[in-house]
Design a protein around this ligand. Sequence first.
Ligand SMILES: Cc1ncc(COP(=O)(O)O)c(C=O)c1O
Length: 393
Amino acid sequence: MSISKSIFDVLEQSSWIRKMFEEGIQLKNQFGEKNVFDLSLGNPLLEPPEKFKKKLIKLSKSNKIGTHRYMPNQGFKSTREKVAESLAKESEIPITDEEIIISTGAAGGLNAILKSILNPQDEIIVFAPYFVEYLFYIRNHNGSPVIVKTNERFIPDLDDLNKKITNKTKGIIINSPNNPSGVLYPQNMLKKIGEILKNKEKEFKSEIYLISDEPYRKIIYDNKKYPFIFPHHERSIIVTSHSKDLGLAGERIGYIALSPKDKDKKILFDAIVFSLRTLGHVNATAIMQKAIEEIQDESVDINIYKKKRDYIYTQLINIGYDCVKPDGAFYLFPKSPIKDDAKFVKKLQEYKVLTVPGIGFGSKGYFRISYSVDDWVLEGSVEGFKKAFNTIE
Ligand SMILES: Cc1ncc(COP(=O)(O)O)c(C=O)c1O
């Protein structure tokens, strides 16, 4: 075989996702783009702030020698300082540029972190439902993913967490606000997770990282305050990006922040910078680093996403769907009215509504809706949601 067996197997296993996408394209070709309501993609709808575009124009005209050259792999000092300043203000935790590494989005950051901490067969815990790429990222670096349950409101099941931590556990990844559920983990949940980690570290004489993947941190509604992880565990790492909060998903720009209290943060910093370099990312693009410096305190207009959440959530509840109201991000994760979520997603497709089955996120019996779409798409989908629901005996 010309390609790696493991990649071949993954492609085979995920062929249903490809099939779904292909069927979606076919539907659009057959019925026209405007008659198919695609809620399957997590692409940010909102455009970056004007300030970003102006800065980009200015940067592109700069004659400063060296603007486009290599730089320290951790990123420009000026960018790291601005990121640290804004994060310190937001979290009320004294974070400095010494704890910041600029990364190629959260995806690049997560891979650099995992490469830096994992020995072969080490375990990383993720909570279902999860962003499916986590499993691939963990396996990229010879780790084993271990799945922990959440309750009916998608909050981590701490008994299950307690049971699943072993002497091989090297880290746990949390993602709040969550893709796909939209749920925000409350402060006391983080506190309890921190306590469990501390006890288990003592029991196994091990060191366990708490990794918080937070690309939706600034997309939270109803004046909820974001609880940061740093006060709850010494060995904790934030990884995030501006893909969603500044609408820059295609630009691959984000950052990693290490806990100021981690006694090993210096070696961890060096390891992550080395990993970023040798994974071939080298550094995040120079122009993007400069472009985001002045807009660290900004985000896209969250109210637009909130209105969409309120609209589609209310419509679904009125139809009779069972759904947890999301606190943030731009997804809903309703219960499938029939047990077989893939079958229900197929039924929705018959009514020209495209969604993603819960099995794609490790949670059977649910499906994901992305409301990061134009209003006509959301409004147009309601009829299909009604019809599909009414076919259920
Ligand atoms: C939970 C989660 N983590 C990480 C990512 C990767 O984002 P990026 O690499 O664009 O920052 C995504 C993208 O959808 C996501 O939903």
